[in-house]
Each structure stands twice: as structure tokens, then as C-alpha cells.
Design a protein around this ligand. Sequence first.
Ligand SMILES: [Zn+2]
Length: 239
Amino acid sequence: MSTFPETRWFKCEHCGEQFPVTTWVTLNSRLTPELYQDLLHGRLFNVTCPSCGVQQNRPYTMLLHDMTNKVLIHLDYFELGVFSVNPVTLLDMSHEVGMPGYRFRIVSEPEELIEKAMIFKAGLDDRVIQIIKDITSQHYSDEFDSIPKTYLHIDPDDSSNMRILFRGSVEKECVFTNEMYELGVSIFSPYFDDTYEDSLEVDREWSVRFQRGRGSCFSEDAGANKRKVAHLFLPKYIN
Ligand SMILES: [Zn+2]
């Protein structure tokens, strides 16, 4: 899949002016590396109103085709009044026409698209990271009133610089290291199910299912074991 543009009209959130913007239905990382870099640096969805000059972030539904790392990530972004191609249909088509060795993912927020794009670019397994994020955020939920949203931020210019961001009633960050990742790989990956259906949406729900089902590293005495595993990944807050 090549990079495929589509002109769409946006209404300025500031002054109400309507203006055309070139958006990307699909974005191929190798064929349009500059757009891929814009995505990784969080500026792909920035638009500037030609009337009042106010810049705003306006995400939309799109498909990232990372040819180098063989991954398709669909951002299924909800916009009022906008109906898009069913992402599952689109991914199913890709799956059925046979893209051997490919991984398929669906996300619903632009931050998750960037997170996953960086994870795959860095050669990491997003399932291991999802579990580590969830067991640490569950373990420390009392510091946030409720379980916070978590994102792994990888610096697009220096992939050894990794932090887990916790966003709840307060925001915190901790350093994420290769040692933590490798430990996660050794504990969790023997229990992964590599089928297409199981790994389409690797998110908190997926992780909860894993911890209750296949991930028998958690199951014997679930409470005690989960605490034990969580302690291996104690976050070192940096703010
Ligand atoms: Zn405006």
C-alpha cells in the first residue's frame, strides 16, 4: 500500500472558517519517510487555519503501513459525522491477500498510533510492553485515584531514551529500560498466542485477558503472583 492522500475540509476550532487539508488515508513509512517522521514526532495531524493562523491538532482515521518492520496499524479515530472504512475490513483484506510475516494492529487514539509505530520501529514487542505498563499502573493505582492511562514514549531521535507516562489524576513518568523489556520478554512471551484474532487489539483489555487466561505466570495464586511480577518492574519516577 502506497501513501494515499485525500483532501478533506476542516472547520477551524477557533474562528469557524472551513478550509481544505491534505490528509493521508494510508501512509507508507518507506515511500514517504518525511510524513512518517512527522507522525513519530507528533506533528502529522497539526493544521493551521489560513484565516486566523491558529494551529490545532486534528487527528483522523488512517492506516500506517510500516514496510520496514512489516506492520499495519490502523488508527480508527472517532469523528462526529465522519464515516470511514471499517478498519477490521481493511485489515482483514490485507490479512487475506497474504502479507506474510506482517503484524496487524488497531488503535483508537493518535497517541497510541505513535506509541506503537515507535515500538515496532525500535524492534520491540508491544505485547510485552502492554503487560508491563498495565501491571505497574494497576500496582500503583492508589497514587492516581484510579488506574491511569499509560503510554510508552520512545524518543524518535534516540530510541534508547524510553519513558512510561502515567496519566491519571496526576501525571508521572518513569524510566523504561532495555533490562525491564528483556525481563518482560523472558517472563511473558512463552505464553503468547500469535494468531491474528488474538493480537489485533493489543490494549489494556487484551492485557487483562492475558493475565487471566493464557498468562499462567500470573494464574496460580493470581494476587500474590501479580504483585511479585509487578515488583520486578518497580517504576523509578523521574517527576
Ligand atoms: Zn481559524
